[in-house]
Ligand binder design. Sequence first.
Ligand code: ZN
Length: 123
Amino acid sequence: MAVLPCFLCGKELDQRMAKSGKPYFVCDPCGTQFFVRRKQGIEKLAYLFRTIREHNLVLRHHGQRLFEISATLNELSEVGREFEKLDDSISIFSKSKREKQRALTILKKHMQKLLNDLEKLTR
Ligand SMILES: [Zn+2]
C-alpha cells in the first residue's frame, strides 16, 4: 500500500490520485495536503515506494525520519548511477580487472551501508 506519514502528526496517509493522474496525500485531522506535480517528484515517489516494497520496509515515522529516508534513497540512486558509469568506462577505457574490482567493492560497500541505514531508519 502506498502510504506516507503526515509530517505533523505521523498519521499514515493513503496515496490519492488527482484527475490529472498525479499523486497527492491529504491528512484530514491536520488539514495538510501534499501534492506531487512534476515528473521528478513523481519518479522519486515511485522509487521511494518501490524501494520500500522491495525491502519490506515500513514507514511509520514523522517527517524528519522520512526526510532522512528520502535522502538515503537519493544517495542510493547516485550509487546506482556510479555502477552504470563504471560499466560504461570499463568498456570504453578497458580498465584493468583489478581496478574494476576495487571500484565495484567500494560501491557495493557503500550501497550496503545505505541499505543498512535505510533499515535502521524504517525500523
Ligand atoms: Zn496530520
